[in-house]
Design a protein around this ligand. Structure first.
Ligand code: SDX
Length: 395
């Protein structure tokens, strides 16, 4: 099973990938983007600056960042023909369906630049367009789902404030972005920005390794993220907490159900493929949760249930033995709710955060001169050779 470790194609035969973007130590609960600890970036940086760091490898000097921000700002609007595609979606389409479709369709609008990922100029332009238009596409998906008019980008605002105004402003009223909301969202996006070779990032790298265009590769990541075991967990956590609340808040009953192998119930937002210690992002989000709710004067009974659930699980030997701790999805939904983001938009928020990480990982793979098409191998456990049997003789 050990297999040969061949680093030449970027996909190491033992199923690992060589990458220099994000370092994660699951036993120690360490997460670093390009060597910078996640707690320091969350406290001192901004999401757009972290996006630059992930994509280009270093924190930008002022002229570099100004040029980057200027380029992103110039591309926040989407083509009016792309906007018209929203008319074709049923009103209650899940915003992840729209997000994935619209991102893939960007390759229909920027065919020339996207057609050759090896062309550095077209690649750069496609990356900036993707980063710039994702918040617009996401906010338009939300407006579509509530039947409100789409609010165009306002480029005098920051990247995150622009998204907030596109999400919540209406033509009928003046709208001011609350700095508490902007800061909370900026922090959540930073914490979701990359996470080495998780399911959706591996999907982006695999699709991108065939030299499909960046929009096609990233839209495949959006679809992988949608699953409830991955990015869809943040929506599933809130639905779980609401269910527990509607059943009278019997924490012990649900902790026992999560341990029962005959039950399909799992504690959503708990456990991780790699972290066998606290997910460092969950720690920061839990702390921010209390701060944001206090500053916004929001009381959310689900927070109380979440904290009771965490306390009960962390004392229970089933969870302790299996090193199951709250992950990034456990508390993030409480903050999204406090900000006024609807539950079905939670995974879209995860995708907006992960956008620079997907882009950085795709870029790293495409720029690797020895990268080959991804071709994970298998261990065959099917039938041995057998002769064909005509239908009339199959008994
Ligand atoms: C994300 O990979 C990434 O980096 C992902 C992510 C990112 O930033 O990209 O971090 C984002 O996807 C976070 C995970 C969000 N998903 C959830 O919160 C869904 C609930 N969690 C689980 O379904 C589960 O923990 C997974 C899917 C996350 C991991 O699944 P595994 O690999 O099966 O977990 P494991 O091998 O560590 O499980 C060990 C044991 C198993 O029991 P046994 O067979 O040993 O008896 O723990 C059990 C599992 O059944 N278990 C749980 C559980 N998670 C694992 N039991 C109850 N509740 C849970 N949440």
């Amino acid at each position: 099973l050990s297999g040969l470790v061949t680093l030449d194609d970027g996909f190491v035969n033992t199923g690992s990938t060589l990458s220099g973007i994000t370092f994660l130590d699951g036993e120690e609960g360490i997460l670093r983007y390009r060597g910078y600890d996640i707690a320091e970036l969350a406290e001192k940086s901004t999401f757009l600056e972290v996006a630059y760091l992930l994509i280009y490898g270093d924190l930008p000097r002022k002229p570099e960042f100004d040029a980057f921000r200027e380029s992103i700002t110039r591309h926040t609007m989407i083509h009016e023909d792309l906007k018209r595609l929203y008319d074709g979606f049923p009103k209650d389409s899940h915003p992840m369906a729209t997000l994935g479709s619209m991102i893939n369709t960007l390759s229909g609008f920027y065919t020339k630049e996207a057609s050759d990922p090896l062309d550095p100029v077209g690649r750069e332009l496609s990356i900036h367009r993707l980063l710039a238009k994702s918040p617009t596409i996401a906010a338009f998906s939300h407006k579509k789902s509530i039947g409100h008019p789409f609010m165009y980008p306002n480029n005098s605002l920051s990247y995150v404030a622009n998204f907030i105004q596109m999400m919540f402003s209406v033509p009928a009223e003046r709208y001011e972005v609350d700095p508490v909301v902007e800061r909370a969202l900026d922090l959540l996006l930073i914490l979701h920005a990359d996470h080495e070779q998780n399911c959706s990032t591996s999907t982006v790298r695999l699709v991108g390794s065939s030299r499909a265009n960046v929009f096609a590769a990233i839209s495949s990541g959006v679809n992988a993220l949608w699953g409830p075991l991955h990015g869809g967990a943040n929506q599933a956590v809130i639905e779980m907490l609401q269910h527990i609340q509607s059943e009278g808040g019997n924490i012990k009953k649900f902790v026992e159900m999560a341990k029962d192998k005959n039950s399909s119930f799992r504690l959503m937002g708990f456990g991780h493929r790699v972290y066998k210690n606290f997910d460092p992002r969950a720690k920061i989000i839990k702390k921010t949760c209390n701060e944001v709710l206090q500053k916004l004067g929001v009381k959310d009974s689900l927070l109380e249930i979440a904290m009771q659930l965490e306390e009960a699980a962390l004392k229970d030997e089933y969870f302790v033995e299996r090193k199951l701790y709250p992950n990034v999805d456990f508390y993030s939904g409480i903050i999204y709710r406090a900000i006024g983001i609807p539950t079905e938009m939670f995974t879209v928020m995860f995708a907006l955060g992960r956008m620079p990480g997907w882009i950085a990982q795709w870029k790293e793979m495409i720029e690797n001169p020895s990268a080959k098409i991804g071709r994970p191998r298998q261990i065959y456990n099917g039938s041995t050779v057998r002769p064909f049997v005509p239908a009339e003789k199959r008994g």
